[in-house]
Design a protein around this ligand. Structure first.
Ligand code: CU
Length: 284
């Protein structure tokens, strides 16, 4: 069947190309066209999430290949034409023991690194800096409780006002600024409904729940701007409350901190929120 083999060769080449391109297309800090994999990692937690993800991918691939192999053997060897008189065997104790024990072992092998990763995500190391993110309909407010406790709102830039290089639906007017290679403790809450603070490159996602203070942490290992989005359906402009984290050197961070303390010090929080709410971009 030359036509079939040519077709399967084409499919195989396409899959290999896509798989190879996946890594290249994976964006750092934001999604990229034709991306296949997770976004590139910019924190130790995300690096561990990515390696656990690929470990699971191999486990799943091996199980799928094994089951497919069994199906093919059954289809070829035990169809009505090849095997007109079927066996009436119903029990085989050794096989039954094997197919009970082996999945248990596989699950245990998955559970150990899975729980280890969960603990890494949950146990916040001693923080160098704390920021508080409050989800609101439909923007984020950030405050720096251990650096003067100033607060500012972060709103999406409407498409018509985007400058070159600013990604659509992700760029914001006031970014969350943090220093590189420092443990940032993020306190997360919601002011009205449940939102979710998520930045894929840092491997963080945590619900912002009214009346409750959740926390997570990240340590950005690369300077740059890293984008995320509210990840809980929170109302009509849910898709228009992006998260932008600018990671800078410590010197630049201290400089920004001095400016920010002056810039945001005079803001009356309620008035600022009202102003921010008025500026919420309409659905495009
Ligand atoms: Cu939201």
């Amino acid at each position: 069947m030359p036509r079939l083999s040519r077709l399967s060769a084409t499919v195989l080449i396409f899959v290999i190309l896509l798989a190879g391109a996946g890594a290249a297309f994976a964006g750092l800090g934001q999604p990229s066209p034709w991306q296949m994999d997770l976004q590139e990692s910019a924190s130790p937690v995300m690096t561990q999430i990515a390696s656990f993800h690929f470990f699971l991918l191999w486990v799943i691939a091996a199980i799928s290949a094994f089951v497919l192999g069994l199906l093919v053997i059954i289809i070829v060897r035990f169809n009505a034409r090849a095997n007109p008189v079927p066996s009436r065997t119903t029990h085989n104790t050794p096989i039954e023991i094997i197919w009970t024990i082996v999945p248990v072992i596989i699950l245990a092998v998955i559970a150990v690194p899975s729980f280890r990763l969960l603990f890494v995500e949950l146990a916040v190391p001693h923080p160098d800096l704390t920021v508080k993110a409050t989800g609101k309909q439909w923007f984020w407010t950030y405050s720096y409780p251990d650096n003067g406790n100033f607060e500012f709102s972060s709103l999406m830039i409407p498409e018509k006002d985007l400058k070159p290089g600013q990604p659509r639906l992700l760029a914001v007017d006031n970014e969350l600024v943090v220093p590189v290679n420092k443990v940032v403790h993020v306190l997360v809450t919601g002011a009205d409904v449940i939102h979710s603070f998520a930045v894929p490159s840092f491997g963080i996602r945590i619900d912002a729940i009214p009346g409750r203070l959740n926390d997570t942490w990240f340590k950005a290992t690369t300077e740059g701007v890293f984008y995320g989005q509210c990840s809980e359906l929170c109302g009509k402009d849910h898709s228009f409350m992006p998260i932008a984290v600018r990671v800078v050197s410590e010197a630049d961070f201290n400089k920004w901190l001095e400016d920010a303390k002056k810039k945001y010090a005079t803001d009356d929080s309620a008035a600022h929120d009202a102003m921010a709410a008025a500026r919420i971009p309409a659905v495009q």
